[in-house]
Ligand binder design. Structure first.
Ligand code: PLP
Length: 397
């Protein structure tokens, strides 16, 4: 076992680094979750999450992983046999599809190559052809964490509105919320799905559903079986500042602090910071001569970057070299892209020097693992962080 000193670099795109302030906020005695002191925290996190989702509608907070929040979205609004439209943007879309299958939904899964966002033309074609309005929901992943490609939910809302199609719009923004611009109400999202351990800078363990009035009405009329995930039960008890079961009290203490931090920085600044770090990362990759997994202009994720290693090289071997030598965890390639891709998380609690440390570790690792590349990517990233156009750098020097 190698002994490492200093802090481990956790540069996977979730779970992300938890700020010390949030750790301290959670380091508290448990409390009576039906008492007045807790209700104050309960109300505070409910309204905090409304501000983060940018909604006036209820936000249901579950003690669950993101996967639980996916399931909640399905069981509240749909029943076996219902037709839904999903898009194969990557592994997270595949996993959500898997849940829909288990609930016997009739899924039209629009194929994708894992290098682009959702195929908007196909979504439009499928919805336009559905004159009888058999499609009950369009389910999409906002920030596809396996490929680092973004699909903008507003574009799908516009398609639904133009066609006057009544399907619900359900958006997995598990790795988008708190890192990428997101507007539950203004974008006409019916169900937004999120989790605690990505942009919200918390440990895993909280799942979220933000719901539109229309989604609530659909749920009320839906006789499909559900208990733990039932929105209405949670909403009813939330009126007293608590939950129908024991909530994850200490994670909620952390959530209150995490949202406080996001708001001190200002959500707009948080989004701009993620974009800037993503841009600097891509500048490094360009100099290295490597390819990003995402090939769609304008769809590169602000939260993470997925990088392809050249054919004949193993991304997981490279990741192991980086971990052994520099004590840095990079994200693995998932499913179809296993061994072909590694992922650099620049999401959540993060700053310029953490990015420079991360990219330095990647560049040194490429050398040590003998992955063919050009040196100097780190310098190009520095130029971006200094606010200088890297293409001008040589002229300045
Ligand atoms: C992390 C993630 C999930 C899964 O969340 P879990 O908490 O692991 O269940 C789903 N979708 C996306 C886009 C994710 O990034």
């Amino acid at each position: 076992m190698t002994v490492h000193t200093g802090r481990h670099f956790l540069q996977i795109p979730g779970p992300t680094n938890v700020p010390d302030r949030v750790l301290r906020a959670m380091d508290m005695p448990t409390m009576d979750h039906r008492g007045a002191e807790f209700a104050e925290i309960g109300f505070a996190v409910m309204s905090a999450m409304q501000r983060v989702f940018r909604t006036k509608q209820p936000v249901i907070i579950y003690p669950s992983s993101g996967t639980g929040a996916w399931e909640a979205a399905i069981v509240n609004t749909l029943q076996p046999g219902d037709k839904v439209l999903m898009c194969e943007t990557g592994q997270f879309a595949v996993l959500w599809h898997g849940i829909a299958d288990k609930f016997k939904l009739d899924v039209d899964f629009i194929p994708g190559d894992w290098r682009h966002g959702a195929d908007l033309e196909q979504i439009e074609a499928r919805l336009a052809a559905d004159k009888a309005h058999k499609i009950k929901a369009v389910c999409m992943v906002h920030n596809e964490t396996s490929t680092a490609c973004v699909t903008y939910p507003l574009n799908v809302r516009k398609i639904l509105d133009t066609l006057k199609h009544p399907a619900l719009l359900m958006v997995d923004t598990i790795s988008g919320l708190g890192s990428l611009e997101y507007e539950h109400d203004a974008w006409g999202i019916d169900v937004s799905i999120a989790g605690s351990q990505k942009g919200l800078m918390l440990p895993p363990g909280l799942g979220f559903n933000a719901v539109s009035e229309k989604a609530l009405a659909v749920a009320k009329a839906n006789p499909g079986m559900r208990s733990y995930w039932d929105w209405q039960e949670v909403i009813n008890i939330n009126k007293a500042g608590t939950w129908p079961y024991t909530p994850a009290t200490n994670l909620l203490f952390g959530l209150r602090e995490a949202v406080k931090m996001l708001e001190e920085e200002g959500l707009e600044n948080v989004f701009a910071r993620h974009k800037r770090h993503s841009e600097a990362t891509r500048a490094a990759i360009k100099v290295w001569g490597l390819e990003t997994q995402c090939q769609e202009q304008g769809a590169h994720s602000p939260a993470l970057t997925a990088v392809r290693v050249p054919d004949g090289h193993d991304a997981d071997h490279f990741r192991k070299v980086v971990l052994d030598n520099f004590d840095m965890s990079l994200g693995t390639g998932l499913n179809k892209v296993k061994g072909k891709v590694f992922r650099i998380g620049h999401i959540g609690h993060f700053n310029d020097l953490m990015l420079m440390g991360t990219l330095s570790g990647v560049e040194m690792g490429l050398d040590l693992a003998k992955v063919p590349h050009r040196g100097g990517g780190v310098l190009a990233a520095m130029d971006i962080l200094k606010g200088r156009d890297p293409s001008q750098a040589s002229k300045v020097a």
